[in-house]
Design a protein around this ligand. Structure first.
Ligand SMILES: Cc1ncc(COP(=O)(O)O)c(C=O)c1O
Length: 373
């Protein structure tokens, strides 16, 4: 397998261009270094411990995950500084969390409600080490998160008073940056989100509550915006692979590291080209039209990114050859597709083929694949 030319691989197959991956890791790490903040990349994009280790080698302090199952796999592979940036609920998970906390050097989890604090506290109160807690603050993303200001302060007081827990800080995910209409809009959402978080940190400190970490992150914001003074940590995810949606933000497909290799399996008409990859391998990932992250169609041809998949089914996708282009796509031809959304696409595959100079250099198992519990 190692050394195989990429177009000799069977399809559909997940590929990562290693030079682009290296560059993406380096650029974001440099941004963190210049701002003097810690890098804690969100590994939901790759779900692959080997890539988490590359991020650590590039300078990241630790990793972020979305799920306890991802954290368990990452820990078993030796990644020992993990933030589960999500709410963990239920007695089965509490037991797993307690075990995990014993096995890693550093672990933190998110909370946005007193009920979670109580459950975490009763799970952790007899343990040898305190569990770090980060308060999830909603600065506009309108998903999870407690309101900034007094509501966060109230919750912080209950964390500080809870046996078995230690308040590490506060975090936000400004996922609304994906829905901005302009790049200036992305910057404004990012600034606004950070200022709300910083003001909340100030309020907490003025109430004698220690806030060690002020953690932010979404890739559009971190690609386009500035990191405000006072932020201590960033958690970008999609930046590592990039995708067709993110290419709209940066204005180039050149940084898209992830592709799905597909084969032309049918040419039912003169124009129509049908591939062997559909929604079981490629995320639809369509964002609302008019947003900075909306790429037309369901993925783009790496060699000709103006061409996008117009239709997608479970096992097929298709595009029409642009009139007058002179391009040929015979049956059996293999094409690299840049997915609209990289993170979900990764979760469709057992392995990632790392490609350099057109050949397979490495094969990484996607060990966190399906670890959504
Ligand atoms: C809590 C949290 N932090 C960070 C991220 C990273 O976002 P992105 O992939 O835009 O960098 C996400 C993405 O869903 C998230 O949910």
């Amino acid at each position: 397998m190692i050394g195989t030319p990429l177009f000799d691989l069977d399809t559909p197959a997940l590929l990562i261009d290693l030079d682009s991956l290296d560059l993406n890791l380096l650029l974001m790490q440099e941004k963190a270094n210049l701002a003097g903040v810690k890098m804690r990349p969100h590994t939901k994009t790759h779900r692959t411990p080997a890539i988490g280790k590359l991020q650590i080698a590039a300078g990241a302090k630790g990793i972020t995950v979305a799920k306890l199952g991802e954290a368990e796999v990452m820990a078993a592979e030796g990644l020992d500084d993990i933030f589960i940036a999500n709410e963990i609920v239920g007695s089965i998970k509490m037991e797993r969390l307690r075990k995990l906390a014993r096995s890693v050097r550093s672990l933190a989890v998110g909370v946005d409600h007193r009920d979670q604090v109580e459950a975490l506290s009763s799970a952790m109160s007899g343990e040898p080490h305190l569990l770090d807690v980060m308060i999830d603050v909603d600065t506009g993303g309108a998903r999870t998160g407690v309101a900034p200001g007094e509501a966060t302060l109230d919750l912080a007081r209950s964390v500080s008073a809870a046996p078995g827990l230690r308040l590490r800080g506060i975090f936000t995910h400004d996922g609304n940056s994906y829905g901005a209409g302009t790049l200036e809009g992305v910057r404004e959402i990012s600034r606004n989100s950070q200022l709300q978080l910083l003001e909340t940190a100030r309020l907490m400190r003025s109430a004698d509550i220690s806030v060690q970490e002020v953690s932010i992150g979404s890739t559009p914001s971190l690609l386009m915006g500035e990191i405000e003074q006072g932020v201590t940590e960033i958690r970008p995810g999609s930046y590592s692979f990039m995708d067709a949606n993110m290419a709209q933000v940066v204005g180039t497909y050149a940084r898209c590291a992830q592709t799905v290799l597909a084969t032309v399996i049918s040419r039912p008409t003169h124009e129509r080209v049908v591939l062997d990859t559909g929604t079981k391998n490629l995320n639809e990932g369509v964002h609302e039209k008019g947003t900075v992250t909306s790429s037309a169609g369901h993925g783009r041809l790496k060699e000709h990114p103006v061409i996008f998949l117009e239709k997608i089914y479970e096992e097929h996708s298709s595009f029409d050859i642009p009139k007058g282009s002179g391009l040929e796509f015979p049956i059996g031809m293999k094409l690299e597709i840049i997915a609209n959304h990289a993170c979900q696409t990764t979760n469709f595959f057992d392995v990632i083929h790392g490609i350099r100079n057109g050949r397979v250099e490495t094969v990484w198992p996607v060990l966190c694949r399906g670890k959504s519990q």
